[in-house]
Design a protein around this ligand. Sequence first.
Ligand SMILES: N[C@@H](CCC(=O)N[C@@H](CS)C(=O)NCC(=O)O)C(=O)O
Length: 211
Amino acid sequence: MLTLYYAPGSCARAPLIALAEANADYGIEKLDMAQNAQRQAAYLAVNPKGRVPALVTPHGVLTENVAILAYIAQTHPAARLAPLDDPFAFAQMQAFHSYLSSTVHVAHAHGRRAYRWSDDAAAQATMQQKVAQNMLESFQLIESSMLKGPWVMGDAYTVADAYLYTLSGWLEGDGVPLSKLPAIQDHHQRVGARPAVQRALAQEAAGTVQL
Ligand SMILES: N[C@@H](CCC(=O)N[C@@H](CS)C(=O)NCC(=O)O)C(=O)O
């Protein structure tokens, strides 16, 4: 049994989709980020970083999407959510995950979370003004040289598609019309139409706040 700590609309949507795609045996714990539940002692005991996602596994708690997505794919091989028999392709998938985690997500965070990098209101404002440009440029790069098509890794749908879908869902809110990125827009629609994704979104919305 696995337990995913998440907040609606956050990057934890990616592992929630992966768990649904894998038909995993899992439960969910919803955090109220409006109340800063991620910084409260009850959650810091689960994840001292104060971030979602966190996945409680029989072996201990896993944090970081890059690790969690690989773990879900590897522990549910029948779902074929990663190129498990091809070390190079698996590393490519992890490179893609790392780009989303360390570059795209961080570019997005300079909007709502600019206070992490500066206490100066003017500096925060200039960081926020760069978000749309940085997000557009990152996704243009993904479109032109990373998304193999039809799925991120080529013919096979993987957990990388759930992660890309989650972060491309932030584009409009970051001031980037999806219509500027036709391949990303098409990918977003195709992932969103998958039955497991629909189940995950319904579950995400229906979860009751635990923390
Ligand atoms: N590198 C981490 C980033 C996790 C992260 O920053 N999550 C955000 C939600 S998308 C969060 O928990 N933010 C709460 C906060 O900053 O207080 C991962 O990919 O798992």
